[in-house]
Design a protein around this ligand. Structure first.
Ligand SMILES: [Zn+2]
Ligand SMILES: [Zn+2]
Length: 476
């Protein structure tokens, strides 16, 4: 019946458009119209309840046990078998349909710290000021819809749903402690999961992050980052006789001034960002500070820019410590790879977008994201997409951030993701296969990726005072 409709349409269409396009389109249009009413909406209460509960139980990266337990129990109630990461929060679960590509869909567990936010946790300042709780509620809705066998009856391939910890790269000391204890190897959750092999069989990855507005959108990509900690080392003495000491605070101050002076060498199109904070500035007002610690990211648009800029910053920091006769221990850890959103997946997102918001115009894709995400790491080795769904208001990471429209942020996001899966996996997963065959990842495999990011690691005292009176700097 549907095929005969297709044949009627075929003579009228442009000769360059395959008739299969219309077969697929008619079939998935029918499925999509049903999705809203039959697949996502019956779970509305569960989805919106999850959004509220998760908002009220925020925890930062690698501490998100409350959300983890809630999500495990919700997935198990839906009949999923969970494979947990065990010693850190997060899990994966597989949905096997048939032969074909495996698509990885992620949601992030972690909150931020923003004590000024009126709804932040009183003792810790934890709050979901980036809306990751809405991602989890949407993934739960998607998981519930996928339990209906009708959804995937025409699909080829399989799915892996993943609830992943620690996207926000904060609390460096805590993450370094976990690394030193051997609990994790990488500070960001998706990189840690990648290292553990949890994404090994996956061919395509996507996730939907909450944002402002009322639409679905994405950028062409986003910055990568190196996580930097610099511990300036001086010598304490009584503040009334500072000639006996070495002021580590002044070294840090000089380091920031020197870094600021090289900002004008940053090329606009490379989107470099450097934004240090002082995390330890001295112990007692009547003593010259002997240890001062700063933390920052060095952000940039590609691996080369990250490397070149990081060397400049480290040279400035090391020379500043040397200028005052002190030292600086530089600890660089690779944070995030630059995000490259896959063109084929952007097109799939846009088709789904026009189904969710029929009045949408344009491509839904624009610009470059100065922020970073560990979806960038996945995008270095497989076709990936990090896109956004509206529903939030206020300033991301700020004191007025909230989910204004949970229906859109959660049900809209779940619907868009379901549409995308339908487009990718319908018709013998033709679209997914096309995306994979046309995609050229930066690295051939994860081993190559991990070898490269290892070259960004640095842990050393950068200033050497030689016996002959010369000073040598070592910072890369
Ligand atoms: Zn964020
Ligand atoms: Zn976020």
């Amino acid at each position: 019946m549907k095929v005969s409709v297709t044949f009627k349409i075929q003579p009228k269409v442009d000769k360059f458009i395959s008739p299969d396009f219309f077969v697929g389109r008619i079939l998935y249009l029918e499925v999509l119209i049903m999705n809203i009413s039959e697949y996502i909406l019956p779970h509305k209460k569960m989805i919106l309840d999850a959004e509220r509960w998760l908002w009220e139980h925020p925890q930062t990266g690698y501490r998100e046990w409350d959300a983890h337990n809630y999500m495990v129990s919700s997935f198990e109630k839906l009949g999923y078998e969970i494979i947990p990461a065990v010693n850190i929060p997060g899990f994966i679960t597989d949905i096997e349909i048939s032969e074909g590509p495996k698509i990885l869909i992620l949601a992030e567990l972690d909150s931020l710290i923003c004590s000024e936010h009126p709804e932040s946790a009183k003792d810790t300042g934890y709050v979901h000021a980036c809306g990751h709780h809405a991602q989890m509620a949407a993934l739960l809705g998607l998981a519930a819809a996928l339990k209906n066998p009708k959804v995937s009856e025409r699909w080829s391939g399989s799915l892996r749903l993943c609830v992943v910890p620690a996207e926000e790269l904060i609390e460096t000391d805590y993450r370094l402690d976990l690394i030193n204890q051997g609990i994790i190897k990488y500070p960001a959750g998706k990189v840690e999961f990648l290292h553990r092999g949890y994404f090994d069989e996956c061919d395509i990855a996507f996730m939907c992050h909450t944002t402002g507005g009322k639409d679905i959108s994405c950028s062409f990509g986003g910055n990568g980052a190196i996580l930097k900690r610099a511990e300036f080392i001086g010598k304490a003495c009584h503040a009334s006789a500072p000639n006996g000491g070495l002021n580590a605070l002044y070294m840090a101050q000089l380091g920031m001034t020197a870094a600021n002076a090289i900002r004008e060498t940053f090329v606009d199109s490379q989107h470099v960002r450097y934004h240090p904070i002082i995390t330890h500035g001295g112990q007692a007002v009547n003593a010259i500070p002997s240890h001062v610690q700063t933390e920052s990211y060095v952000r940039g648009a590609d691996f080369n820019v990250l490397k070149e800029t990081n060397i400049k910053i480290n040279r400035a920091v090391a020379a500043s410590a040397a200028a005052l006769g002190g030292n600086v221990k530089i600890n660089d850890i690779f944070g995030f790879a630059p995000l490259i959103n896959n063109e084929g997946l952007i097109a799939v997102m846009d088709e789904a977008r026009k189904m969710v918001f029929p009045g949408s115009v344009g491509s839904g894709c624009d610009g470059w994201d100065m922020g970073c995400t560990d979806m960038g790491d996945l995008s270095s080795i497989m076709p990936s997409l990090h896109f956004f769904c509206g529903g939030a208001s206020g300033t991301a990471h700020g004191k007025d951030y909230k989910i204004e429209d949970p229906y859109l942020a959660c049900l809209g996001s779940a619907s868009a993701q379901l549409y995308m899966l339908d487009i990718l996996l319908n018709n013998g997963s033709e679209r997914a296969k096309k995306v994979i065959s046309e995609s050229e990842s930066l690295f051939k495999n994860k081993d190559e990726f991990f070898e490269t990011i290892k070259t960004f690691s640095l842990e050393r005292e950068a200033v050497n005072y030689n016996e002959d009176g010369t000073v040598t700097l070592s910072f890369c």
